[in-house]
Ligand binder design. Structure first.
Ligand code: FES
Length: 162
């Protein structure tokens, strides 16, 4: 993991902190609003929230990590939801996962360095007849093979860099 990162612009968070920081029991609300603003909970925001509320950063982090709704890394522009439900599993979802991870160099929950893709392994997406399935944005891709999955990702990358 890299230790160098561009500092997050905390300006959008300031009104949230001035509205809620002094209200007891509002830490979850602040965290929700932080995630709405940034798409995730940046560490810089954790420190800012701690400073504003008088809590320790460890406490803020402890509360945030307790709830699965909060995430701590930025989501890539294209979020890949790869189904690992039963039908997809028996139809080779593991091989698709390996191909995607190899193609993008990320694991489950990871985001590519260029910020283009994030990968999340999820439960049944409700279109088992198309197994194995992944969704990218609004689009569903079914009857995947490792090669087909790689091609889909390469096509998106090509479009993005065209
Ligand atoms: S198990 Fe994958 S869509 Fe249902």
């Amino acid at each position: 993991m890299s230790c160098t990162h561009a500092p997050v612009d905390l300006t959008p968070l300031e009104p949230v902190l001035s509205d809620y920081a002094q209200t007891p029991g509002s830490l979850i609300t602040i965290l929700q609003k932080t995630q709405e603003l940034y798409g995730y909970i940046p560490m810089d925001a954790v420190y800012a929230i701690a400073a504003a509320t008088g809590d320790s950063p460890a406490h803020v982090l402890g509360v945030a990590t307790f709830y699965s709704q909060f995430r701590f890394t930025a989501v890539g522009k294209h979020l890949i939801l790869l189904c690992k439900g039963t039908a997809c599993h028996v139809n080779g979802a593991d091989g698709i996962a390996d191909a995607i991870m190899d193609e993008l160099g990320i694991g489950d929950g990871g985001t590519t360095e260029d910020g283009l893709f994030s990968l999340s392994l999820v439960a049944c997406l409700g279109c088992c007849s198309l197994a194995p399935v992944m969704m990218i944005g609004e689009k569903t891709y079914g009857t995947l093979t490792p090669d087909k999955a790689r091609r889909i990702l390469r096509d998106i990358r090509k479009e993005e860099t065209a």
